[in-house]
Write a protein that binds this ligand. Sequence first.
Ligand SMILES: NC(=O)CCC(=O)C(=O)O
Length: 308
Amino acid sequence: MATSTSSPLKKPVTLACIQLASGADKTANLSHARDKVLEAAKGGAQIIVLPECFNSPYGCDYFPSYAETLLPSPPSKDQSPSYHALSSMAAEANAYLVGGSIPEADPDLASKKYYNTSLIFGPDGKLLASHRKVHLFDIDIPGKITFRESDVLSPGNKVTLVDLPEYGKIAVAICYDVRFPELATIAARKGCFALIYPGAFNTTTGPLHWRLQGQARAMDNQLYVAMCSPARDTTATYHAWGHSLITDPMATVLVEAEEKEAIVSWKLDGARIEETRKGIPLSGQRRFDVYPDISEGKVRFDEDNVPS
Ligand SMILES: NC(=O)CCC(=O)C(=O)O
């Protein structure tokens, strides 16, 4: 069966994950994020990723008090200081910025609906897309960790693909979303060269699954995967696993942080995707006569890719 191996990445691009140390002071977190984004850009990064809830502590008790309204878009500075800080950082860095995630308040404040939302900006500081976490982190491992984002958050309802014109398409999803291979498969079949997950696994599931999830999504879909965590803060109520990493399309972990603040980066190369797909030509071997192609079913994308 004929197999197309042309790469979805048009030219090499350096991607950096910033494993940011943040605390309770939002203004300080935004300012620290700016310093680190500029540092990553100075180091050559053209796509820069921040972690989940980079502007606040991570936890259900914090979401409402840190939440910002993002709609109507663009929001005013009062509505969303984080939106404006991220936009300025992207422009100053002259880089694409996957702005981790922030707690978002529904514009109908009376609804008391909140989302875990990632904003993605272009090098000119313009918003390119947003992703509301689709799969909320609700788990209960007795004696270890119980977490119910759904007590406070509402889920997003779309797959988020973002076109970076010089390079190609990326997909953005948030943390627990990584456990649902469907999003990744759809993104890969729609031509993405990388899956980018701002995330914050914990010290129970992190050592078991964080790396495996990144490698599994890369292996299944033969593309790059970046997972960006906050640094671990043992004085916080939630202890993030850290270990931000980038895997290649063969599922090799190219670079991985420890638990403390760090920037990890790698030059992604389309040839690596082509070589992987040529060697193991999955795309031409699928049996859509036996099972359906989930990327061709009813998939919800956001047509104009801005909050709506
Ligand atoms: N913030 C999250 O979604 C955490 C996900 C997580 O830790 C997991 O095990 O999955």
